[in-house]
Design a protein around this ligand. Structure first.
Ligand SMILES: C[S@@+](CC[C@H](N)C(=O)[O-])C[C@H]1O[C@@H](n2cnc3c(N)ncnc32)[C@H](O)[C@@H]1O
Ligand code: SF4
Ligand code: SF4
Length: 381
């Protein structure tokens, strides 16, 4: 009981979200949603509490690991009208964790600050976060980034050496990003603000093997609040994994030790249990119950990881139907039912490494297999 209270206290503090206590219906939805996440019914009575809204899928970089760089088609580029954003937010009255991301760079969105300020007014209890490549955090934007109401900024770096960074985050420059982060922390200190919390993100890739420990040291030197370390989520196209479970383990162990020595907090770290890498693990994906889902710039409801396939796999469009109708429609119920039986509902999921996890097998027998095409257009994903 005490542990649970302490945990909740820290979570609220970290998200600057004590105001949620003034909104009992938001809290009630949160509790019901937690329960339904565990039970996994076909029809959900609660709303998801976390939503990603893609303001734009345009980007100033072309990162090697990013699905938008891998030539996946069809994939239309565009950005959301501000009024569309307002209409969409209206449909999520219970959201407590909002991410303004998609497959693009949120800071390229011309009315980014208007969106954050509007959201802060409408959902004062809400955590509002973004991932950014950090190239556009110019000095003149820093002040507004601190004051607009953003609670979390994750800067994606994925490398410790400038040469590696250039190979991975094509079009960016590591010294510029480091300088931008340093400057932003200085401005935040000057304005005596705790928010946004600033973190650095590292995706473990072929290209950056062996650089995680140095990345941890750089994060400590920059003085960020936390780091995230995540594994690559891929499909079967255009990517040959050279990493092995052992290489992951060695690097993660060394990084964990260094984090402890330097007192660096890691918010997301691949679990010690790498059993997800086992290709025989039964299919199970929580995304069908809303653990992660996204509204694209054009209003399509997709599952976060699979957004590039939205032209084929959308659950519905929020500009045409209310969320209530989409959330428990036939497509959602079908996929929930199949996932509960550990049946992969469509070819995109079959080729997804995130939960079916053929990642480490691409070396071996499966690498010779013909890649699966991006799904039949059965409109179910
Ligand atoms: C898609 S990006 C969008 C936000 C922003 N443009 C950025 O780079 O942070 C969000 C995060 O997803 C990560 N990402 C991209 N492709 C990935 C993949 N295949 N597996 C895991 N993470 C990936 C990026 O490195 C980044 O940290
Ligand atoms: S900066 Fe972000 S959205 Fe742009 S290509 Fe890189 S990972 Fe993808
Ligand atoms: S299994 Fe399917 S729904 Fe789940 S993350 Fe992969 S592609 Fe998305």
């Amino acid at each position: 009981m005490l542990a649970s209270l302490t945990r909740h206290y820290h979570k609220l503090k970290e998200n600057n979200a004590f105001r949620i206590l003034l909104h009992p219906r938001v809290l009630a939805n949160y509790h019901r949603y937690q329960k339904e996440q565990r039970e996994r019914p076909l029809v959900m009575r609660s709303h998801p509490t976390g939503v990603e809204i893609e303001l734009t899928n345009r980007c100033n970089l072309a990162c090697v690991q990013c699905l938008r760089s891998q030539g996946l088609k069809p994939y239309r580029l565009g950005q959301m009208e501000f009024e569309t954003y307002q209409r969409i937010l209206e449909q999520f009255p219970w959201v407590i964790n909002l991410s303004l991301n998609g497959f693009g760079e949120a800071l390229m969105y011309p009315r980014f600050f208007d969106v954050v300020e509007y959201t802060r007014r409408k959902r004062p209890w809400c955590k509002i976060g973004i991932y950014s490549n950090g190239m556009l955090l110019h000095t003149e934007r820093a002040e507004r980034l601190i004051s607009c109401g953003l609670t979390e900024l994750n800067v994606s770096i994925d490398a410790a050496l400038p040469e590696t960074y250039c190979k991975v985050r094509r079009g960016g420059q590591l010294p510029v990003v480091h300088q931008n982060v340093r400057n932003l922390i200085r401005v935040r200190q000057r304005s005596r603000s705790r928010f946004p919390l600033i973190g650095l993100n590292f995706v473990l890739l072929n290209e950056n093997e062996g650089e995680l420990v140095t990345f941890v040291e750089q994060a400590a030197d920059l003085g960020v609040d936390f780091i995230n370390c995540i594994t690559y989520a891929g499909y079967d196209w255009g990517f040959q994994n050279r990493r092995t479970v052992d290489s992951y383990r060695r690097e993660l162990d060394a990084a964990a030790q260094r984090m402890e020595q330097l007192g660096i907090r890691c918010r997301s770290f691949p679990s010690d249990d790498l059993s997800w890498a086992d290709p025989d693990r039964p299919f199970s994906c929580p995304f069908f119950w809303g653990e992660n889902f996204r509204v694209t710039f054009s209003g399509e409801v997709t599952l976060g990881c699979c957004t590039p396939f939205k032209e084929m796999y959308t659950y519905g469009n929020l500009l045409e139907q209310p969320f209530e109708q989409i959330w428990n429609n036939a497509a959602y119920q079908r996929n929930r039912a199949l996932a509960k039986q550990h049946i992969v509902p469509n070819p995109v999921c079959a080729s997804c490494d995130r939960f079916s996890k053929r990642f480490f097998q691409l070396h071996g027998s499966l690498s010779a297999e013909t890649p699966t095409a991006p799904g039949s257009p059965d409109g179910t994903h």
